[in-house]
Design a protein around this ligand. Structure first.
Ligand SMILES: NC(=O)c1ccc[n+]([C@@H]2O[C@H](COP(=O)([O-])OP(=O)(O)OC[C@H]3O[C@@H](n4cnc5c(N)ncnc54)[C@H](O)[C@@H]3O)[C@@H](O)[C@H]2O)c1
Ligand SMILES: N[C@@H](CCO)C(=O)O
Ligand code: NA
Length: 432
């Protein structure tokens, strides 16, 4: 049986695990695909850094490798936009099916890459790009293709979840928890993509695109990271029976009666969620995603969102899928973007807030604070006041209101003389 030949681009954390698993599972892969699957070459930057890879496989000419006549399938695990984009485009144009783990690229250029793949009659799969090992994109693309997805909410970044979990456990601030995550190898040397929410925003864009059959790019996603989450925020959350998580929230917003059509709202930000919420129990570097669909109801996906082997599991699953299609002489249908829904700005998206204020304990202060909320059309759900000496702490949880109205309320509160400090402002999700 003529083997299917694979070009592997990148041999870092994920690539080296892919290479090993393809070798270790050669017999099973052959049986599952119907033909042997063989790595034909491994493109790296520095061959001397890969003593474990057979020298005959290593090359620094990635473009030459992906366009080689004998290569059938390409696995891209380099990451970043370039040269990954050029290499994937060249592979597709040369008629190769592609498996990638590259969320940054797919969130920026997914539409163009899918169009190129459809034109060339090849597959483009990227299960590993979102929530690592967890089967999530295939369920959205295939299992739920007959349903209407309303909402996808999840923890899709392991590094930030680890940091927030440690802040809750230890009472430490963000900087100390990040230092610990870096030391233990959870956070990368440059943790910007994780802590500032870029990684989660790219994943949210991919989830929204597949879930809502609409082109959503990372630029359409409202993004806030966790670097401004304080030990006080985490402590205040605990006081109201909540925990702080970085959430990716993708929502399909129905048309309203005022002539506003259907839209999608996609956001990534830290939020307090009740400790009874299933996402609150997701600790350390784990990921979990809720999908709410019209007919299916609520589904939850949980598991390892990162790491060489777990991510390689998802890559190999895709590799088997595209290899089977190759054996069958067909490509699977790509995702559709027919719904073409506009992205709703965060300012118009209703959210709830938790606000903690240090105030002077003088007559009328509560009324003044309540007026600031009322003047901006924000309804208060609960208020708690703890007096201490001539000062008091006010903890307010609001009902849902457009994000812009809540931001304007906070700005107004900062100008109230009796308000000595706004000590914690965080969105709240999942409260009934
Ligand atoms: N590590 C994880 O847990 C994880 C999880 C999910 C998805 N991913 C994604 O998988 C991809 C790879 O991640 P990783 O953690 O293995 O990264 P990594 O940095 O460990 O590996 C990338 C490798 O690509 C090599 N490379 C860079 N430019 C190259 C070029 N032009 N030609 C050949 N090789 C080149 C680098 O030298 C490096 O060895 C990324 O898109 C990442 O977002 C990673
Ligand atoms: N840096 C990512 C890797 C998985 O995509 C994380 O922490 O979740
Ligand atoms: Na996945």
């Amino acid at each position: 049986m003529k083997p299917l030949k694979v070009a592997l681009l990148g041999c870092g954390t994920v690539g080296s695990a892919v290479l090993r698993l393809v070798d270790e599972q050669a017999a099973d892969l052959t049986a599952r695909v119907g033909r042997p699957v063989q790595v034909a070459g491994v493109a790296v930057r520095r061959p001397d850094r890969h003593p474990d890879v057979p020298a005959g496989l290593l090359t620094t000419d990635a473009l030459g490798l992906v366009t080689r006549d004998d290569v059938d399938l390409v696995v891209e695990v380099i990451g970043g936009i370039e040269p990954a984009r050029t290499l994937i485009q060249a592979a597709i144009e040369a008629g190769k099916s592609v498996v990638s783990a590259n969320k940054a690229l797919l969130a920026e250029d997914g539409v163009a890459l899918h169009a190129a793949a459809a034109k060339a009659g090849v597959d483009l799969y990227y299960e590993a790009a979102v929530a690592g090992a967890i089967p999530l994109l295939r369920p959205l693309r295939e299992s739920l293709a007959g349903d209407q997805i309303r909402r996808v909410v999840g923890i899709v970044n392991g590094t930030t979840n680890y940091i927030l979990s440690r802040m809750a456990e230890t009472g430490h601030g963000f900087a100390e928890a990040l230092a610990e995550a870096t030391e233990l190898g959870y956070a990368e040397a440059d943790p910007t993509a994780d802590v500032d929410g870029f990684d989660a925003a790219a994943k949210a864009a991919i989830l929204a695109s597949l879930g809502f059959h609409t082109a959503v790019t990372a630029a359409d996603v409202h993004r806030e990271g966790i670097s401004s989450v304080t030990a006080t925020d985490v402590a205040r959350a605990a006081e109201i029976g909540c925990t702080v998580k970085l959430l990716a929230i993708c929502e399909r917003v129905p048309a309203n009666g005022d002539g506003e059509g259907e839209s999608v709202a996609v956001r990534v930000h830290p939020a307090m969620i009740p400790t009874s919420h299933p996402l609150a129990a997701v600790g350390g570097a784990f990921n979990a995603v809720f999908v709410e669909a019209e007919a299916a109801g609520q589904l939850m996906f949980y598991g390892q969102g990162a790491g060489g082997e777990p991510t390689a599991s998802a890559v190999l699953g895709d590799l088997v899928a595209v290899a089977r299609n190759r054996v069958a002489g067909a490509a699977g249908a790509g995702p559709t973007a027919y719904a073409d829904l506009p992205a709703r700005p965060i300012a118009e998206t209703p959210t709830r807030y938790h606000v903690s204020l240090d105030v002077a304990d003088v007559p009328g202060v509560l009324a003044t604070v309540a007026t600031a909320f009322a003047e901006h059309g924000v309804s208060i759900a609960t208020v708690r006041q703890d007096g201490h000496g001539d000062a008091a702490t006010l903890v307010i949880v609001t009902h849902s209101a457009p994000d812009a109205a809540l931001s304007a309320t906070i700005a107004a509160l900062r100008e109230v003389p009796a308000v000595r400090g706004v000590t914690s402002v965080l969105r709240v999700e999942g409260l009934s």
